[in-house]
Design a protein around this ligand. Sequence first.
Ligand code: HEC
Length: 204
Amino acid sequence: MRLAKPSTNKRGTALKTVRALLLLPLLVIGVVSVQAQSPTYGVGRTPTENEIRLWDIAIGPRGEELPAGSGSVDMGSELYLSKGCAGCHGTTGSGGMAPRLIKRDAGPNADPWDYGRVLPIRSPYATTVWDFINRAMPLGAEGTLTADEVYSLTAYLFFLNDVVEDGTELNEKTLPQIQMPNRSNWVQVPDWLPGQPRLEGYPY
Ligand code: HEC
């Protein structure tokens, strides 16, 4: 018994040392993360108002984020040529290298899905069309259109697709009020809550 005791103590001390060594990396991580949260870390800088404005361009369905401005079908038809849209999408909105922007002739009372993959007719919200043109077109020179130009081009593409009448002017108030023909053809997905089962028939 007497002989056994010191050896137990030694093992105990060795175990403590091992435990302390195991804790070391945790301590180091702790110190680093405290430093990372510190406002004096010295990396990067606060973005300017203008930088945030250029990045923060998403427009929701209700269009609350739309910038003030206005545009007309007439202006849009001119911009469609002068901004090079016609060069890729075709002068009449079809026949170019890029996807068609004018609905197919699907006959009277056609289901909007039969018009083809055409954003200005299949989108559930008018504001989505504005957002897409604003952020993504003209391809290769994205972000160069002014708000007024985007209102005009949106109005023109809506006119081509019989969503609005000739002579229509759009602004940040009237654009979100447009009832898109395909609005009720989209499935309303319920908000997902933790633990909720997947939608029936959902393949993944
Ligand atoms: C250099 C060629 C090019 C130019 C110029 C161009 N586009 Fe496009 N556009 C494309 C391509 C390619 C797509 C498809 C992009 C995709 O599906 O990701 C597209 C997609 C679109 C769509 C969505 C089509 C859909 O149904 O999904 C719209 C709307 C559109 N362009 C409008 C315009 C307007 C307005 C202009 C002029 C300001 C313009 N484009 C200029 C190439 C171009």
